[in-house]
Design a protein around this ligand. Structure first.
Ligand SMILES: [Zn+2]
Length: 404
């Protein structure tokens, strides 16, 4: 889908810089001779690039390595704290934000209540958050901002198409915020962004998994061989709107019988109250899981009903794409704890072919509720570390390298 750049000298230089930086990041501390062996580049090319990366504060000396006969080689390590990315999660009722270093570590975070649904006041709140997060930051250190937004997002055009909880349609948020903030901005659907955060935390080469968020809504992001899956239409990963109940109730998306109508927080509480009519109002999702852990039959039944629907949808995705790892996050995903993951794994296995059952695993996110913030920041980090070979998606690293 992306057009390739032509291979001029600038592109070759940027590409080599990107390869050396990635090699040091993934394999450091590492000696120049090892980088040469791993990348196939000449020693003098590597020395030139390493000098440039040191000058830019991206690489630093890390002591001496073992001698292989001659002088001990100088080791090099990736230095993640020279630059930071701003990650922002926009959610119903509030904004959360973080600054993350180039390894995806959160170095600062903040939260603000935003009881508005209209674009203008939400933009003003985003501006306030931007000012707060960057107040004490040297502007040269900020690579850009990533935004996680609910609902349909056209990430390639930077448009928030239909955010459900907010009142706008087709808002060109990327363009608006780039003009206001003067830094590159990326936006994407929140569950997809969570999947990207998880990919960052896993730090595996060729990672493949389905990331599912469970909470007020249900969403997903699909990572196939290290890339967040995209289709022709906006919204790849809207698991919450997979139909699981023919002739089911209407959903806020305009369809009927969606997973979100029968397996979100509201559904869980509804099932609990149906099974325990004497229970007082005001029981929280957390309470239901705590009661289920204690073996209270109404709570166990409510959790099981939700899990059954989730397993149908997740099992279908597994059969469609051949994915074996499911990672669960979202507020309820985190609150549900081991009870939720274990029951979900049992039920999902019942939905897939007998020959693949034992390979399928359902595990919790490694990042807890930070998955959103790390994910939002990783929209920027992903662009920073992407090989600079695409004409239509210039990387942030370009900007650093072009000063060479
Ligand atoms: Zn729906």
């Amino acid at each position: 889908m992306s057009t390739l750049r032509t291979g001029d000298r600038a592109m070759i230089r940027e590409l080599n810089t990107s390869i050396v930086l990635d090699c040091i990041r993934r394999h450091g501390p590492i000696a120049r001779s090892q980088i040469a062996a791993m990348t196939g580049m000449g020693r003098s090319t590597i020395s030139g690039i390493v000098a440039f990366l040191q000058e830019k504060g991206l690489v630093e000396p890390a002591g001496s390595g073992a001698s292989t006969g001659g002088r001990k080689p100088e080791m090099l390590a990736f230095k993640p704290d020279r630059y930071v990315a701003l990650g922002v999660k926009l959610q119903p009722g509030g904004i959360r934000a973080c600054l993350a270093d180039l390894s995806g570590n959160v170095v600062a975070s903040a939260e603000e209540a935003v009881p508005y649904r209209d674009l203008q006041r939400v933009l003003d709140a985003l501006d306030r958050m931007y000012a707060r997060m960057t107040r004490d930051l040297d502007p040269d250190r900020l690579l850009g901002a990533g935004l996680a937004i609910p609902g349909l997002v056209d990430s390639s055009r930077g448009i928030s198409v239909h955010p459900h909880f907010f009142e706008w349609r087709d808002a060109p948020l990327r363009e608006i915020l780039e003009q206001r903030w003067g830094v590159p901005v990326w936006i994407d659907n929140d569950a997809r962004v969570g999947a990207l955060g998880e990919k960052w935390a896993l730090a595996e080469e060729g990672a493949t998994f389905l990331f599912v968020t469970i909470g007020i809504g249900i969403g997903a992001g699909i990572v196939l061989n290290d890339a967040l899956m995209e289709g022709d239409l906006v919204g790849a990963g809207h698991l919450g709107h997979m139909m699981v109940e023919p002739d089911g109730s209407p959903c806020h998306c305009g369809l009927r019988g969606c997973l979100e109508t029968v397996a979100s927080d509201a559904a869980l509480l509804r099932y609990f109250h149906e099974a325990a009519p004497a229970a007082r109002e005001g029981v929280s999702v957390e309470d239901v899981f705590a009661r289920a852990m204690a073996g209270e039959p109404a709570a166990v039944a409510a959790v099981d009903r939700v899990v059954r629907y989730l397993a149908i949808a997740i099992g279908n995705v597994i059969k469609l794409l051949g994915i074996k790892r499911v990672i669960v996050g979202g507020e309820t995903g985190v609150v549900g704890g081991s009870l939720l993951y274990q029951r979900l794994q049992e039920r999902v296995r019942e939905q897939v072919f007998a020959d693949t059952q034992s390979s399928v695993e359902v595990v919790p996110t490694r990042l807890g509720n930070d998955v959103w913030l790390v994910g939002a920041a990783s929209l920027v980090l992903d662009a920073f570390f992407r090989p600079p070979i695409y004409a239509d998606a210039s990387t942030v690293l370009d900007k650093v390298v072009q000063e060479q």
